[in-house]
Design a protein around this ligand. Structure first.
Ligand code: PRX
Length: 572
């Protein structure tokens, strides 16, 4: 099945001539959009904030922030002043210098963004941390990166083991009751009185920007370092993929503790001078729909799990809100099930556009562009200027329709520049010094669309048949009783592996033998006999990362009674 492309909109760079652009694209054309192309003086915070504050966009809203207690907006000009104050505050109360690592460990709030961009103005490398991290996760990251400073709140301070982190000099605390003493600085006390003028620290385009820790399949989380130059791809994909225009109100639901929340929560929209919504607090279907209605969101970037949770909340709820401003909906982080695409088309009257990328790629890599017909279930086509291919384990390119390693030719603009403190690990990602190997398996069809199959180690071999867990999960999700599904291969002496499904039920359904049989038949009928799970186990909730991926390795560990490994990226 194919879903037709959206009609052309005049004057917008929509990639209607994708093939032509993809063939010859030269990133220097994009470099010319930045002030550093002429001056050589680079800083993300200048391009994302100050440049607009000093232009016609001065009084345009950069940030709408809302949570249970606050509902605020800041123009680009106000953002410039607040981030200058933050930069002065950080500078005057520490020994921090260009290139030093500073972590941000706090819930979303306007101050988080003032401080993040204040730190960037100082030329620091920012390490965002998700607020649900516990002490061990904090320790590993700060220790590995020799962090000199952390920004946190009095409530979260007990999870920062500063006694065990000798390099950690300064703790900046954002909150009401701050006991200020040597090395503990009260941000809210100093922010209003800090100067709103600041001389930006000019950097080179290869200097550090953000350090995102992410889990691999083995070992401790690794620090993925991105360079300032990532902005080139983050900016341009904002145009091609997110379809930014001057009047858009954009909402990316990801937390800045994860790469989506930095690259596309703030960098991409602000590089493009686009108004961004940040919603604090927790997920709730009503709260989310209300945010779209209240802010008049036009472009919405979220994740399959969120869409599935909204789906589970029922279609009646959607009708209680005016979502008519929405014109473009996108997804990232895990496979977007065709079922969800169809649901989106039905309730929002919008096709959900899947995008594929990962922490290491630094920016969107394979996407469904507004101008392009969607094949539900496909991630789309590579971002122009990038070469993406399916390669075998030796790094040889495979022909269409053959499954293999999803790989990207080294040297794309937003590519990670280092695994912090671990050059050997960094090198291990590349084959033939040419291909970055993603760890995902996929195939490309004759028309150049890429189809995700699973993480390399997730594909199931059962009775000699190759089964992608995603296919089975997608089918399971079409069953009316199922809200969430995760599928693993369970070792079996006869069949190699059998398929085991873990499922969470929609409210109102109860586990029973009849239901198990019904689900099994449903998959058998809908997909294939060999794809039907031999075992089905009911769970209240499935383990997921914050970016929404079902953590199959945790399901597998439960099943086989093995240690679950690093859980620091797990939601809650
Ligand atoms: O397995 C792929 C999956 O998420 C992985 C990257 O995770 P992370 O670094 O946390 O970044 C998430 C958001 C940028 C990939 O290796 N993934 C991401 N997007 C998709 C996806 N799987 C299927 N379809 C996608 N669109």
């Amino acid at each position: 099945m194919k879903v037709e492309a959206l009609p052309a909109r005049a004057g917008v760079h929509q990639l209607h001539n994708y093939e032509e652009i993809a063939e010859n694209f030269d990133w220097t054309e994009v470099e010319k959009e930045f002030s550093w192309y002429e001056s050589g003086k680079v800083n993300m915070a200048h391009e994302a904030i100050d440049r607009h504050a000093d232009s016609d966009r001065k009084n345009k809203v950069a940030l709408y922030y809302k949570d249970q207690n606050r509902n605020e907006s800041y123009t680009f000009y106000q953002m410039k002043r607040m981030t200058n104050r933050a930069a002065n505050l950080l500078k005057e109360n520490s020994t921090l210098e260009k290139g030093d690592r500073i972590f941000i460990f706090m819930p979303r709030s306007p101050e988080l963004y003032f401080l993040m961009f204040g730190a960037l103005k100082m030329g620091l490398i920012v390490g965002p941390l998700f607020e649900a991290f516990m002490e061990g996760a904090i320790y590993d990251r700060l220790d590995d990166s020799d962090a000199k400073s952390i920004i946190t709140t009095p409530e979260l301070l007990s999870r920062v083991p500063y006694d065990r982190l000798p390099k950690l000099e300064t703790v900046f605390l954002v909150g009401e009751d701050v006991a200020e003493h040597e090395g503990h600085i009260d941000v809210l006390k100093h922010l209003p009185t800090s100067s709103d003028k600041f001389e930006i620290e000019w950097l080179d385009k290869e200097d550090g920007l953000v350090l995102h820790y992410t889990s691999g399949s083995t070992g401790k989380p690794k620090g993925v370092l991105h360079a300032q130059y990532a902005m080139v791809q983050q900016y341009q994909t904002g145009k091609w993929v997110l379809d930014f225009t001057e009047t858009d109100i954009y909402w990316c639901t990801a937390d800045p503790g994860w790469v989506t929340g930095t690259a596309y929560g703030v960098f991409s929209p602000w590089l493009n001078g686009v108004t961004t919504v940040i919603l604090g607090g927790r997920f709730s279907p009503d709260g989310w729909y209300k945010a779209i209605e209240d802010f008049g969101v036009t472009i919405w970037y979220s994740a399959p799990t969120a869409f599935r949770m909204l789906m589970g909340a029922g279609d009646a709820l959607v009708k209680e809100y005016d979502l008519s401003t929405l014109r473009h909906v996108l997804s990232v982080g895990e496979p977007l099930n065709p079922e969800v695409v169809r649901w989106g088309a039905q309730v929002f009257d919008k096709r959900i556009h899947d995008t594929w990328w990962m922490t290491e790629t630094g920016a969107q890599t394979i996407c469904n562009y507004p101008s392009m017909a969607i094949k539900p279930g496909s991630m789309g086509k590579p971002v122009p200027g990038l070469k993406v291919a399916i390669v075998d384990d030796q790094g040889n390119e495979l022909p269409p329709n053959q499954m293999g390693n999803l790989a990207i030719e080294k040297g794309w603009p937003a590519m990670m520049r280092q695994i912090w403190n671990n050059p050997a690990k960094y090198e291990s990602y590349f084959l033939k010094d040419k291909w970055y190997v993603s760890g995902d398996s996929a195939y490309m069809d004759e028309e150049g669309y890429f189809w995700f199959q699973g993480r390399v180690d997730d594909v199931i071999m059962t009775s000699g048949e190759r089964v992608g867990p995603f296919e089975v999960e997608s089918k399971l999700l079409e069953h009316p009783a199922i809200a969430e599904a995760g599928v693993i291969g369970k070792p079996d002496p006869v069949r190699g592996e059998i398929i085991k499904a873990f499922v969470a039920l929609v409210d109102g359904y109860e586990p029973s033998e009849e239901l198990i049989e019904d689900i099994r038949q449903f998959v058998k009928k809908g997909l294939a006999a060999h794809a039907a799970p031999r075992e089905i186990e009911f769970k209240d909730k499935l383990p997921k990362t914050r970016s929404g991926k079902i953590m199959r390795r945790v399901l597998k560990a439960w099943e086989l009674d093995l240690p679950t490994g690093d859980l620091s990226t797990m939601e809650d």
